[in-house]
Write a new protein. Structure first.
Ligand SMILES: NC(=O)c1ccc[n+]([C@@H]2O[C@H](COP(=O)([O-])OP(=O)(O)OC[C@H]3O[C@@H](n4cnc5c(N)ncnc54)[C@H](OP(=O)(O)O)[C@@H]3O)[C@@H](O)[C@H]2O)c1
Length: 331
């Protein structure tokens, strides 16, 4: 397993991070034995970052991760999140403190390594997401206070929402990490996309994070499974899922993913999933790539894929061709 600096935090994290979210769902809907085995195997493979949130399975992800950690006592880092409801924006410090206390109880920990804002970041109040002004003036100071109380070690955000607002948040001092959506169907965080590319333009947010010393945790590296090229979901996975920032729906993402089969036909990778993980891990800005798993086999495949290193230039040429096709034909 490769380890990379998590920005300027001093922590070195495994290139493969364990996503305890709802999409793969192993940590939420797996049996207790399956969950413990998955965490144990991840640790054997060298994974040292586990990502959860109160929202995942309505607290079950945190509870189940806590059970597995108590059973196995591995030396790993745990990150969780806080999602603020609109009504909580009037008392941000109180809402964050209450959410963190509940997370610590479910996880069975006295402190988390990382607490991240789960909400999208937007420019102005009134829409979905938390305004960037609130992030900087209320969320970050509240997290800093909790760090001073010893309840968390690092603080971060989710780099979703409106691009300018996300970029402004990253440029302000104080953030240790950002969760960045980056995959073969939504590459704009790391790559300049062709005009008309049919996805949100994150305008190189990976480079921006790196410039500010913010550690990047990649999310949606497999576009929630669409990059497997099949509409069918694993029985333990969430039955339906909305894309984040890529296509208008999961079926469109799957159709675009199938255009990337050329990478397999030409022998650049054994599967598009493998190619997608190697792509997501390649940037210097990336510290760890989270993968949501429905099975142990998916976890093993992710570790093996990342061990193969970045895609070769000839494969990236094919990818760029596919992106031009998405921009001009939609697929
Ligand atoms: N901060 C945020 O707002 C945010 C948002 C999203 C995710 N995250 C974090 O990122 C983590 C991972 O992201 P994600 O769960 O959204 O999605 P993801 O990792 O992009 O995709 C996970 C899905 O990919 C498929 N997959 C995985 N390995 C595979 C393999 N070897 N072969 C074929 N298919 C494979 C599985 O689909 P099937 O189950 O259908 O087989 C799995 O459910 C989450 O657990 C969470 O920790 C954070």
């Amino acid at each position: 397993m490769e380890y990379r600096d998590l920005g300027r935090t001093g922590l070195a994290v495994s290139l493969l991070g364990f996503g305890c979210g709802n999409v793969g769902g192993l940590l939420i809907r797996g049996t207790p034995a399956e969950r413990e085995r998955a965490v144990a195997r991840a640790v054997e493979l060298g994974v040292n970052y586990f990502d959860t949130a109160p929202l995942y399975g309505d607290g079950r992800s945190e509870e189940h991760l806590g059970q597995a950690l108590r059973a196995l006592r591995p030396a790993v880092y745990v990150g969780t999140k806080v999602r603020l409801a609109p009504a909580e924006l009037g008392d941000v410090p109180g809402a964050i403190a209450r959410s963190l206390e509940a997370s610590l109880r479910r996880l069975g920990l006295e402190r988390v390594d990382l607490l991240q804002l789960h909400n999208a970041i937007v420019a102005a109040p009134g829409g979905r997401g938390v305004p960037v002004g609130t992030v900087l003036e209320a969320v970050v100071p509240a997290l800093v206070r909790l760090r001073e109380q010893g309840k968390l070690r690092l603080l971060g955000v989710t780099a979703l929402g409106e691009t300018d607002a996300v970029q402004r948040a990253l440029a302000a001092r104080g953030l240790d990490t950002a969760q960045v959506c980056y995959n073969l169907l939504e590459p704009s965080a790391g790559v300049a996309v062709p005009p008309g590319f049919p996805a949100q333009d994150f305008a190189g947010v990976l480079g921006r994070a790196r410039a500010h010393g913010v550690g990047v945790i990649v999310i949606r590296a497999l576009a929630a499974g669409a990059l497997s090229g099949t509409l069918e979901r694993h029985p333990v996975a969430v039955p339906t899922v909305e894309p984040i920032a890529s296509g208008p729906d999961y079926a469109t993402d799957v159709a675009r993913a199938r255009r990337l089969d050329v990478l397999v036909r030409e022998g650049h990778a054994a599967s598009v999933v493998e190619a997608a993980l190697r792509f997501a891990a390649a940037g210097e800005a990336v510290s760890t790539v989270l993968v949501g798993c429905s099975s142990l086999a998916q976890l093993e495949a992710a570790a093996a894929a990342l061990a193969r290193g970045p895609l070769p230039p000839a494969a990236l040429d094919r990818v760029a061709e596919a992106w031009r096709g998405f921009a001009t034909r939609g697929c």
